[in-house]
Ligand binder design. Structure first.
Ligand code: FMN
Length: 203
């Protein structure tokens, strides 16, 4: 089993967290632990028609963001790492400063102290110096700072192509290799958003 923790916060781009989990369905060895912040649920409603039940159904275990006693809040819970996508400035800054008052920041802090991989898909623009200083601090304590910046060399034909390419690269950071988008000089792809499990929009 490869365990991965997925955090989804209230920054715009909740689709990144959803798509990461959809892609990981391709690997039967994956065990996904999901935490969605309260703000993420609000942002999701503004951005998508996807139902929360569908998103929760992509995870093996869904954790309440307020449950700081959850399994994933302990270093004894072994995992391959954690990805927060999208990651708000608030959550990024909390992790950088060691403010671990909710489960997303606590689980992320545990990942860092245990020297595992934390991928932070920070989503804000433009950035002021305070943001940049917190990002630098987070990079120094071991996080992978991964703003989901589109690539164009693979000639994306849709928004989904753009999202898939970033998600594939985020999973690469966790040593999970899913061919959801063409790599440089290659072809590839996985089914569309909302089509991965029964009960999804496309089922
Ligand atoms: C539609 C919408 C889009 C937002 N986009 C961003 C964003 O891109 N980056 C960001 O840092 N915050 C963004 N926010 C604000 C966060 O949701 C807010 O700071 C929240 O407190 C983050 O909490 P969380 O990190 O616990 O999810 C957005 C809010 C809304 C409603």
């Amino acid at each position: 089993m490869k365990r991965v923790i997925v955090g989804i916060t209230g920054a715009t781009g909740t689709i990144y967290g959803v798509r990461l989990m959809e892609m990981m369905q391709a690997d039967p060895e994956m065990e996904i632990h999901l935490i969605m912040s309260r703000s993420a649920k609000l942002t999701l409603k503004m951005e998508h028609d996807l139902e929360l039940d569908y998103i929760n159904g992509l995870a093996h275990e869904v954790h309440d963001p307020g449950n700081i006693g959850a399994s994933i809040s302990s270093g004894s819970f072994h995992s391959s790492g954690m990805v927060i996508a999208p990651c708000s400035i608030k959550t990024m800054s909390n992790i950088a400063m060691g403010n671990t008052g909710d489960l997303i920041s606590r689980a992320a802090d545990v990942i860092l102290k245990e020297r595992r991989t934390l991928v932070v898909a920070i989503r804000e623009t433009p950035l002021h110096l305070g943001h940049i200083e917190n990002l630098a601090r987070l990079a120094r304590i071991g996080a992978v700072i991964f703003p989901p910046v589109p690539a164009f060399y693979n000639r994306p034909a849709s928004l989904q192509d753009v999202v898939d390419q970033s998600c594939m690269r985020m999973l690469d950071q966790l040593d999970i290799h899913i061919e959801s988008a063409p790599r440089w000089g290659e072809e590839g792809g996985v089914p569309a958003v909302g089509q991965q499990i029964s009960g999804g929009r496309g089922s």
